[in-house]
Design a protein around this ligand. Structure first.
Ligand code: K7E
Ligand code: CUA
Length: 635
């Protein structure tokens, strides 16, 4: 099937897609149709020519249609973190179908991630992790479709996925940090990615101050989103939980739930107020440039020491008791801090922060609202219509409230900003809406990531799935439309319009993976795209190059000695969409995927003398089972 054929078939909506593209070129009328297409509204609703007010009509008719019939595609991509599974998952929204998993800091038997040579050196010998927060790179306040960033809380790392191939291309170790938790990229351009250390430690953590927690600190780290280099760190006394950035590249934010600087649960909960840290990025960068920095431990990264008092680099906005999430509304005007142990969210007017830094007003004076939303508020999403949706863990509800009304209510108790509380099942953690973290928040779908599923699914043993619930947020009232079991444990997700991503169908052979393999090939005088070769690399080391074209390897036999270190480098010459091959060596714990036009490799020690079949593990052809060869191991 030609690419073009596929384009039409895959679309399943060849005409609507064509129409959308066509309409994009026209003016006012086009905008309406684009919106309808993006909503996935098929009959009636937004597309209804009789609908006076689209949102109103949609809600009257029972809301958006979550059903995506066979052959149709979702209007949205969703990126889910995988928590302790260490991966990222791609879902279609609203179908909630899992489309793909991207192994990140885990070992994945299907693709060989964590076992193949390329990923192994990226992972630095570790193959477990804990991914919490996924965010895509931005340009001008919305997703630019280039990268996905994700944190590894367990090993203090930031990983990046390239959106064209949906594969990790860089992993950065963050110095002087433990429990790297909240991360957020800048939104004005693909600039810095800010990363918070949740755990306070002695700094440097070299055996000093072991029993003196008052001297512990935590780092707010800036990593260049293009080069993935650590640029600078800010040393802070409290812990740093969730992270956010403004829309202009001026500020980054971190919630601190342990201003007490305690090491016990009781201690951490003692104070009635903790902080929202506000970092002044231009001021910090000026200090870094001027060399007003210190060195901490073995790392050469410049560190701005901002412990103790408010100053030009950091201001501390007091917020009630142990805040957790901080989210910026789509207008970029407000930072919303969820109280966790306080039933409130604190709304900070970002426009007032310049006066806070200038010393004209007190940090707390930047707070413009503090509505009561329920017990255990954790995170907040937005609909682009001035409303906020806060996840309430203890109450197991989502609270919808209006930002403008909350600001009014701050000075006028007669105003009630709470619009609705919707039961979710159960114990919701993160919440996110379609395009909610961008200036283009569209208020269609809301995802409630529930930590407990209890009785919502057939029992499957003591370990329960999570429950990722889909909520229609397009109308006046939220409406729960779908329960989605998820393997533990997604923490966060982002949902974006599908038009913002353009993944490749075959590997473009660019970037760090290819630099790695081209270097090996050059060393051996090999063309990776041509033929096979077995090269003796000194005593006890063998490199085997081969290519694959369905349904055969270019090499169906090679000889090595027992105990040899064997590296098999395989290039898939098939340039056909969906035609992955791979390499599995029997009884050697070796299995990897090689996607169309990709190169991958794996290294192993040849076992006892004998014959070992290697085979293609990906069903690629009617003769797929015949796609195999022999490794002959001599004594
Ligand atoms: Cu609230 Cu790690 Cu984002 Cu989990 S964190 S819920
Ligand atoms: Cu190639 Cu199966």
């Amino acid at each position: 099937m030609s690419d073009q054929d596929h384009e039409e078939r895959q679309d399943g909506e060849a005409t609507s897609q064509g129409r959308r593209n066509f309409m994009k070129g026209t003016v006012a009328v086009g905008a309406g149709v684009v919106a309808a297409g993006a909503l996935g509204v098929r009959e009636g609703g937004f597309g209804n020519p009789f609908a006076a007010s689209a949102a109103h009509a949609a809600s009257k008719q029972g809301g958006l249609d979550p059903h995506v019939p066979p052959g149709k595609l979702d209007p949205y991509y969703g990126f889910w973190s995988g928590g302790q599974s260490g991966e990222i998952r791609i879902l279609g929204v609203p179908s909630m179908r899992e489309l793909m998993r991207i192994p990140v800091v885990n070992r994945d038997s299907a693709t060989g991630w964590g076992r193949d040579d390329w990923s192994k050196q990226l992972l630095g010998g570790r193959d477990s992790g804990d991914t919490h927060h996924v965010h895509l790179s931005y340009t001008d306040g919305t997703y630019d479709g280039r990268y996905v960033y994700v944190n590894d809380k367990s090993n203090a790392r930031l990983a990046r996925v390239r959106c064209d191939i949906m594969e990790v291309d860089a992993i950065t170790d963050i110095p002087n940090s433990q429990g790297t938790h909240g991360i957020f990229p800048q939104r004005h351009k693909t600039g810095l990615v800010l990363c918070n250390a949740e755990f306070r430690t002695p700094l440097p953590n070299d055996g000093r101050d072991l029993d003196d927690p008052k001297k512990y600190g935590a780092m707010h780290t800036a990593i260049d989103g293009e080069t993935m280099e650590v640029k600078w760190q800010v040393l802070i006394e409290g812990n740093l939980d969730l992270c956010a950035t403004d829309y202009e590249g001026k500020y980054s934010f971190a919630c601190c739930y342990n201003s007490e600087e305690a090491v016990t649960l009781e201690g951490m909960m003692a104070a009635d107020r903790d902080w929202l840290y506000v970092f002044n990025i231009p001021a910090i960068e000026k200090a870094v440039k001027a060399g007003k920095t210190i060195k901490v431990g073995k790392s050469d990264v410049p560190v701005v020491d901002a412990r103790g008092a408010n100053g030009p680099y950091v201001q501390r906005v007091p917020v009630p008791k142990s805040p957790h999430g901080v989210n910026i509304d789509p207008t970029g005007k407000y930072a919303v801090c969820s109280g966790k142990l306080s039933p409130t969210v604190t709304v900070v007017d970002i426009g007032k922060l310049a006066d806070v830094f200038a010393g004209k007003i007190k940090p707390r004076d930047a707070v413009v609202a503090e509505p009561e939303v329920g017990l255990g508020p954790l995170h907040t999403a937005f609909d682009g219509r001035g409303n906020a949706y806060t996840s309430i863990f203890i109450d197991s509800v989502v609270t919808k409230w209006n930002i403008a009304k909350a600001i009014e209510a701050f000075n006028d108790e007669s105003v009630d900003p709470i619009l609705q509380k919707l039961d979710v099942n159960y114990q919701i953690g993160h919440i996110n809406g379609s395009m909610s973290e961008t200036k283009d928040a569209d208020g269609n779908w809301l995802i409630a990531l529930c930590k407990f599923s209890k009785d919502r699914f057939l029992p499957v043993g003591p370990l329960h799935p999570e429950n990722d619930q889909l909520i229609d947020m397009s109308g006046d009232k939220m409406k729960l439309v779908h329960d989605g079991p998820a393997y533990p444990e997604p923490h966060d997700c982002v949902v974006l319009n599908r038009d913002l991503l353009h993944p490749s169908k075959v590997n473009p052979r660019t970037g760090s993976r290819y630099e790695y393999y081209e270097k090996l090939a050059k060393e051996d005088g090999i063309n990776l795209m041509a033929g096979s070769q077995v090269i003796q690399k000194g005593k006890g080391k063998v490199r085997v190059y081969m290519v694959s074209v369905a349904p055969a390897y270019s090499l169906t036999e090679f000889r090595v000695k027992s105990g040899d270190e064997v590296q098999v480098i395989q290039t898939n010459l098939d340039g056909v969409e969906d035609l992955s091959h791979g390499f599995c060596m029997s009884n050697h714990d070796v299995n990897m995927v090689v996607n169309p036009r990709a190169t991958n490799s794996v290294t192993f020690t040849a076992g006892d003398p004998g014959v070992y079949w290697y085979y293609c593990p990906w069903f690629c052809h009617a003769l797929h089972l015949e796609m195999r060869g022999r490794m002959i191991v001599e004594a």
